[in-house]
Design a protein around this ligand. Structure first.
Ligand SMILES: [Zn+2]
Length: 414
């Protein structure tokens, strides 16, 4: 009697186990899919997601959607891997003092600034580490909807080098960021911040002050960079001029946080030096537009400054330098990314190059290539659904219909 019952039960269990292994939580059906910048797109395809990862991806005819799966109809839409913004700041009043903010308030601010634009991972390159840690903890626990946040925490600037344009903001928000007094103190602070969870370090190779631009001494930059590198962490440098770029190159900085439109244009050989130093660049072209308008520059001067920044990006990109999409959002409040894409195109960057700056380049640079940056079986289900094809017009990169992180919809257009 017992045996006769056991066999059917075993068969049912075996069947159920097989069924389970093919179950999926979410299916994106009918999209044009860009798997990565270098692979040809799937014209009409399906992506199945299970437990936060891509379970399978292929042409629509080859992927069967299991019963019970939530389906997003992607007919006429375009899917790419989730975007990275490698230059943001978790500093807006709507994100500071997060212990006093509700989940809804933080989610809403992160949505307006980041997830609504397709960002599933961001690198915060100056904020209050304790506050950013609290926000990312609330995101990872599921309390808040947001992107993966990597952070450098508090930046390093020389004595007297707190930038003029942040002094008022820091005071108004009761934030104090120490100025570096000595190499010994800098070294200790690098250790401390990395111990507290920082994923990188940011130096101000130049600090803009009222009447001058200060440059960080090379020996100080070298100590900070080598301490960060010995912990396996990348170093970003804010630069405003060629002197600052020299300090960045000679100290071994990994990422330039800006172009330098107020200094000389970048010659081909200068750009090749940057590329040979394995330097990456976040262009932040929108920042220059916002700042020069804030300073009441004439439309003609705004245009001149923008074309200088675009020339520098173009020289860097043509030299084979690694471009990481980055806008300085959180310092600027222009959340819309369309202008940045327009300027990247005007700097001669192709669709594939811009997509790489949003996906594969940052994933590679920051050690996430095995899980992020492409759409492939087993990788994180970090996906962006666009309403138009960015291969036709780069502004489509800003026309986001859904943002999905780890298989969860973290933004859906209303
Ligand atoms: Zn910035």
């Amino acid at each position: 009697m017992r045996l006769r019952l056991t066999l059917p039960i075993l068969l049912v269990l075996a069947f159920f186990a097989t069924f389970q292994s093919h179950a999926s939580d979410l299916a994106l059906v009918g999209a044009k899919i860009y798997l990565s910048p270098s692979e040809p797109p799937i014209e009409i395809g399906t992506i199945l997601v299970h437990s936060g990862r891509v379970l399978s991806v292929g042409p629509i005819a080859e992927i069967k959607v299991p019963r019970g799966t939530t389906v997003i109809d992607c007919k006429g839409l375009v899917v790419t891997a989730g975007f990275w913004n490698s230059h943001v700041h978790i500093l807006l009043p709507g994100l500071l003092h997060a212990e006093n903010l509700s989940s809804g308030q933080i989610s809403s601010q992160l949505q307006q600034m980041l997830t609504r634009w397709g960002f599933t991972t961001v690198f915060d390159i100056a904020s209050v580490l304790q506050n950013t840690n609290l926000i990312r903890h609330r995101i990872e626990s599921g309390d808040v909807k947001g992107p993966r946040i990597l952070s450098v925490g508090e930046p390093f600037w020389v004595k007297g080098g707190t930038p003029i344009y942040v002094k008022g903001f820091l005071e108004a928000n009761h934030i104090s960021i120490p100025e570096v007094e000595s190499t010994a103190q800098a070294k200790e602070r690098v250790r401390q911040q990395i111990g507290d969870g920082a994923d990188g370090i940011k130096i101000f190779a130049n600090s803009i002050e009222r009447d001058e631009i200060l440059t960080m001494p090379l020996d100080l930059a070298q100590v900070i960079v080598s301490e960060a590198h010995s912990a396996g962490k990348p170093v970003f440098a804010h630069v405003s001029n060629n002197q600052g770029i020299e300090v960045a190159i000679q100290s071994g900085v990994d990422i330039l946080a800006h172009t330098t439109p107020s200094d000389e244009l970048w010659s081909a050989s200068f750009a090749q030096r940057l590329a040979a130093a394995h330097m990456a660049l976040t262009p932040t072209l929108t920042l220059w537009d916002v700042e020069s308008k804030k300073g009441n520059a004439s439309p003609d001067d705004v245009e001149k400054g923008m074309s200088r920044a675009a020339q520098q990006l173009e020289a860097f990109s043509r030299a084979g330098g690694q471009v990481l999409f980055g806008t300085d959002v959180g310092y600027i409040q222009q959340f819309d990314t369309s202008e940045e894409f327009k300027w990247m195109s005007r700097a001669g960057m192709s669709f594939q190059e811009i997509l790489a700056s949003l996906t594969t380049n940052p994933a590679q640079r920051f050690g996430y290539s095995t899980r992020s940056g492409r759409i492939a079986k087993g990788l994180d289900a970090d996906l962006v659904i666009l309403s138009a094809d960015p291969a036709q017009n780069s502004s489509a990169f800003s026309q986001v219909r859904y943002t999905i992180r780890g298989g969860q919809v973290i933004y859906a257009e209303k």
